[in-house]
Design a binder for this molecule. Structure first.
Ligand code: DGL
Length: 262
């Protein structure tokens, strides 16, 4: 049986889940968090789905063995698309929260609008995404925007500057001026939100699933009587055994690296 003092595990293919962890800690500062980023195997987004599934299941096992858990937040759209069903089946007593592109929020804010969805190749090709497309206002126009190369830059701490802006410009060129809103459907992307806004133009509203995922986690814990209001704790771990990754993760968490080009 889970107890209030158990940990909330947060998982991503690397540093991206930090953008979700920020919202979790804002909304539930009294919780204990165990974050694991699998940067040694990132990016997940261009791998075959079966590989992403196997990596995600292995990460969940590692987290389960590390601390007593009351919830697992998949702070990765790609891992959610590939493995959330299997995780729920494997751990029926654990609260498992996934994240998906905030398409519904976009359609609610921009009825009949022009919506771009930036996400990894896996997220955009999985059937979960197609199901999502059919659940909202069909008068909206949705453009899929895969972003190969972007996660790799962010994993190196490049959240702003010339290199990332050049990549964004080349990938987004054809839709600049043609979109009302862009959904950041990969948790790495909010870490580079300033650079993305700069390229798309200030008038394009960026939306991401982080706040909604944190609200849903809180709702589920509250419902189960598992919400903790203690002193809070954070353990950050990474599969790349390089202290630089942990330092980078803290900087991103504290917002000290917005628009960083070095
Ligand atoms: N952060 C992950 C997501 O939300 C994907 C990054 C990757 O390709 O590894 O989709």
């Amino acid at each position: 049986m889970a107890t209030k003092t158990d940990y909330i595990a947060v998982f991503d293919s690397g540093l991206g889940g930090i953008s979700v962890l920020r919202h979790l800690r804002q909304q539930m500062p009294g919780e204990r968090y165990l974050y694991f980023g699998d940067s040694a195997n990132a990016p997940y987004g261009s791998r075959p789905t079966a590989e992403v599934r196997a990596l995600t299941l292995a990460a969940a096992e590692r987290l389960m063995a590390r601390k007593p858990l009351k919830a697992l937040v998949l702070a990765c759209n790609t891992a959610t698309a590939a493995a959330v069903k299997e995780l729920r089946r494997n751990y029926p007593d654990l609260i498992v929260i996934g994240i998906e592109p905030a398409l519904k929020v976009a359609a609610d804010h921009f009825p009949g609008g022009r919506i771009g969805v930036m996400a990894t190749e896996v997220t955009l090709r999985e059937e979960k995404f197609d199901a999502l497309l059919h659940r909202f206002d069909e008068s909206c126009t949705v453009t899929k925007l895969p972003m190969p190369g972007l996660v790799q830059l962010i994993e190196r701490g490049k959240t702003g500057g010339e290199e990332i802006e050049a990549l964004l410009r080349s990938r987004l060129e054809s839709c600049i001026g043609n979109l009302d809103t862009v959904v950041l459907g990969c948790t790495h992307y909010p870490l580079a939100a300033e650079a993305i806004s700069k390229v798309l133009g200030e008038g394009v509203v960026l939306l991401d699933g982080g706040p909604g995922t944190a609200r849903e986690t809180r709702r589920r814990l509250e419902k189960a009587g598992l919400l903790e209001q203690g002193g809070g704790e954070l353990i950050l771990e990474n599969s790349r055994e390089d202290p630089e990754m942990i330092r980078l993760a803290y900087e991103l968490l504290n917002g000290e690296r917005q628009n960083h080009g070095k």
